[in-house]
Design a protein around this ligand. Sequence first.
Ligand SMILES: [Zn+2]
Length: 404
Amino acid sequence: MNRIAEAYVRLVLALGRHDPDYVDAYYGPPAWREDAARDTPPLSEILEAAIVLASRLATTTEARDELRRLRQRYLARMIQSVAVRAEMLAGKRLSFDEESVALYDAVAPRHADALFQETREELGKELPGEGSILERYEAFKARFTIPLDRLERVFAAATEAARERTEAHIALPEGESFRVEYVTGKSWGGYNWYQGNFTSLIQVNTDLPIYIDRAIDLAAHEGYPGHHVYHSLCEKNLVRDRGWIEFTVYPLFSPQGMIAEGSANFGVDVVFPEEERAEFERAFLFPLAGLDPDAAGPYERVRKLADRLAYAGNEAARRYLDGEMDAKSAADWLAEHALMPRVRAEQRVRFFDQYRAYVINYTIGKDLVRRYVESHGGTPENPQKRWEELARLLSSPRLPRDLA
Ligand SMILES: [Zn+2]
């Protein structure tokens, strides 16, 4: 298994030479990366090697203990996703749903436009002022922008609280930490780059206004118990304790992307359950950002409603990537149905161009992880169990299909 795992890591690194977004993290032997750079095989060779590797793995005997069995299944599925991504880079065209299954091991259910209409109408009732719902929504959100010069302290306070709460339930590896950088010119709002050795670099994009609810989203999704914790636990439990080298590489366009985004988004709700989140924002983050704490209640109501529009992004991406809409109409559609201000909608379309069906991981992934954790007893009424099941998921190689 370890030989197959090494071959897999080398394949991912080789494919990363053809696709700059593919290798999201790598902290294995530096020589393997140098090998891939020095002697990069063409896509056709990578595809062939992935097929051969998959058949080699298929002939190994099934392990007896559960975690080892999960490892085999996981590796087989990850190798399959390498082959698919290689084919795509070589020019093979897949529909949005075909790509979703092939790379992420799940398909986004379809949502009718009417569903978003209902949410927009409800939002319309909450939003004060004159004009269209989108105009009123924009004006409302603008009042909750974190001033750039306060961003650091607001984000630090949210991170500190998320860390404290996570640490009370999950044993974090000693010495874990991350640093934050503020960047511009990206198609995303925040990003975690795992560096190995229990450290991350978190980048926050300041191209567009950052609203107050993003502080907790960023701190929890990118940090605790999100990506930073997920990768740290993989390194501690799977790489260091077990020597499973395949976890030193994280190919973004793979089933692991679904697990990573799903657990990070679900983690936000675990570390800050609804009421606690509202109270923490009101009492600590609003004052730090110089915002009126009395407005926290209405803001929270609007945020929760607008959350439901997240699924609209999948619909826009599906239609856009399947060629039913061009970039302009996709942005128009997002503005109308997902209530995205024009510049935000355009940024989102650039995200579709860069990451394609990856968009489903945030919504579908979160639903999968939540259902999995809750079906194992980790309901909101049982927070201790909720943490336990989340931690177990973050430390074991499960596939999206295993969560369904
Ligand atoms: Zn993420």
